[in-house]
Every structure is written in C-alpha cells, then in structure tokens.
Design a protein around this ligand. Structure first.
Ligand code: ZN
Length: 83
C-alpha cells in the first residue's frame, strides 16, 4: 500500500465536471438542442465574427452598430465603382 499518497485524479472525475467550463458546455448543449437553434445567425457585417439570435426575419446584424458599418461599407463600394 502507498503510504500517504492520495489517489490521482483523472480527467472526467466529478470535480472536473463542475466549474465554469462544464457549465458553459452544458449551456451550449442545451441551446443547440433547443428551439432557439433555428434562430441562430452569423452577423453579415464586415469583420464581425459574432453570432446572434434573429428576432425578426430581416435582421442581418448582431447589433445596430454592425448594421451601420455594413451600410457604410455598401455605400463606399457603390460610390467607388461609379467614381
Ligand atoms: Zn456583428
């Protein structure tokens, strides 16, 4: 018998299944298995890498500022071609 040695903890023990990462993983699984998954969209704004829950059918951006940036970029592209 080992004297004074505690048993090694291995990944997957109960202690590792708690905590913030486990809570995040559980929330992600619950979200992806739930009804809100169909509303998940990628933001169309330039240089934005976020995803959002679409509240209405025409929503294309995660925030109003992303919408403004996308409109400015579109305007810039339009006027660059005509000039
Ligand atoms: Zn965005």
């Amino acid at each position: 018998m080992d004297r004074g040695r505690r048993p090694r903890r291995t990944p997957g023990t109960a202690a590792r299944r708690r905590g913030p990462r486990a809570a995040l993983a559980r929330a992600a699984v619950a979200f992806l298995a739930g009804p809100d998954r169909r509303r998940l969209r990628a933001c169309h704004a330039p240089r934005c890498v976020r995803y959002f829950l679409q509240d209405h059918p025409r929503q294309e951006w995660c925030t109003p500022s992303c919408g403004n940036r996308a409109r400015v970029a579109r305007h810039h592209e339009r006027h660059k071609k005509t000039a």
